[in-house]
Design a protein around this ligand. Structure first.
Ligand code: HCA
Ligand code: CU
Length: 348
């Protein structure tokens, strides 16, 4: 089996965290109405799960309840992101969400500040998993800052989760420090030791979030956490459009399960709400995502068609082609009839 097939065989779905991790982006402050718009845009794309914040904050709780009330059966399932605390689980259950994403810290100093040892934390987790189970919630347990923590301590948390029959474990690269080859190796090792689903969450501090997500899928991960535009804490996490574009390239049939043509519109919505441009390195950027400027590129496009310099056509992600004629760069193409050139290759 080659890498592309392995990635696709392991992949089960996407957990969008624009309403949780994305809310932690310095420029984000989504009103309840904005959040409903984001949720429905994610639903249109066909996203499997949407992660929301912790309902112990009243405003967040009201928002979650509103999403749950207006949710239609085919809309993404809603997951609350929680700490390893019984109170959080009780509040989530009261909201009527499908499940909980519990995040555990195993850092000794952080635990000590909460009056906990690793052992006490594990007992607490065990009780909280029973509680969430009793409420009939789907459960995921994640380890924060996985790549800097002691592997055996993480494995103990995951084994405990597995023994309780929970649905997924999650690996969070909280600082965005992991390298793709390390991700592949560590996830493959977890895959060999555990039978339950693995979710991954990669930050983008070093620019590896997308590659790391793919390396994790290759190693045996099943679920990927992403946000529209990739927004989140600091430089954010895996951008949804990049992730889906990769899956489309690896396996066009699988990515047809998602409606990629809504991606540009969805990322434009979030860019507008945050008061920023769509970053130029995203395929959904309307000005440059599919812009062609170099003479060599334009010439090949004229002679053979846009596929010579496009990985797929802009319509796939709901974007548009943009031919940029510049007297210094475009060579002969620049002297061609601009209008007919543009008409010929402008996408609808
Ligand atoms: C954070 C928490 C988190 C959690 C990820 C997860 C991280 O730092 O805000 O629960 O999967 O990156 O560790 O986003
Ligand atoms: Cu994060």
């Amino acid at each position: 089996m080659n890498e592309a097939q392995r990635v696709i065989n392991h992949f089960k779905g996407i957990i969008d965290s624009t309403l949780r991790e994305g809310f932690q982006f310095s420029r984000a402050d989504f009103s309840p109405a904005d959040q409903k718009k984001i949720y429905s845009t994610l639903s249109r794309i066909g996203i499997d799960y949407v992660e929301v914040g912790n309902p112990i904050r009243r405003e967040i709780q009201e928002m979650i309840q509103e999403l749950v009330r207006s949710r239609r059966p085919k809309d993404p399932k809603i997951l609350c992101h929680l700490r390893n605390r019984s109170r959080d689980i009780e509040e989530a259950s009261r909201c009527g969400v499908a499940g909980v994403n519990i995040l555990c810290t195993i850092d000794r100093e952080r635990l000590a500040a909460m009056g906990l040892t690793r052992e006490k934390n594990e007992t607490l987790l065990s009780d909280n998993l029973d509680l969430a189970r009793a409420f009939g919630l789907e459960i995921r347990v994640g380890v924060e800052d996985f790549f800097r923590q002691d592997p055996s301590a993480s494995l103990r948390i995951f084994k405990l989760a597995q023994s309780k029959g929970i649905d997924r474990i999650a690996v969070a690269d909280t600082l965005g420090k992991a390298m793709p080859w390390e991700v592949f190796r560590r996830i493959r090792s977890l895959r060999r030791r555990l039978s339950l689903d693995i979710e991954v969450h990669f930050h983008n501090d070093l620019g590896h979030a997308v590659s790391n997500s793919l390396a994790a899928l290759d190693g045996g991960a099943n679920w990927v956490s992403a946000t529209l535009l990739g927004i989140g804490e600091r430089t954010g996490i895996t951008p949804l459009s990049s992730l889906l574009a990769n899956l489309f390239v690896l396996h066009p049939d699988l990515a047809r399960r998602y409606h990629l043509r809504y991606l540009t519109r969805a990322e434009r919505l979030v860019s507008r709400l945050c008061g920023i441009e769509i970053p130029p390195n995203l395929i959904t950027n309307p000005a440059n995502g599919f812009a062609h400027k170099a003479g060599i590129h334009l010439d090949a496009i004229v002679k053979f068609g846009p596929h010579k310099y496009e990985i797929f056509s802009p319509e796939v992600v709901g974007n548009k082609r943009n031919l940029v004629l510049h007297k210094l760069l475009s060579g002969k193409a620049a002297s061609a009839d601009t209008h007919s050139l543009k008409r010929l290759f402008a996408s609808s």
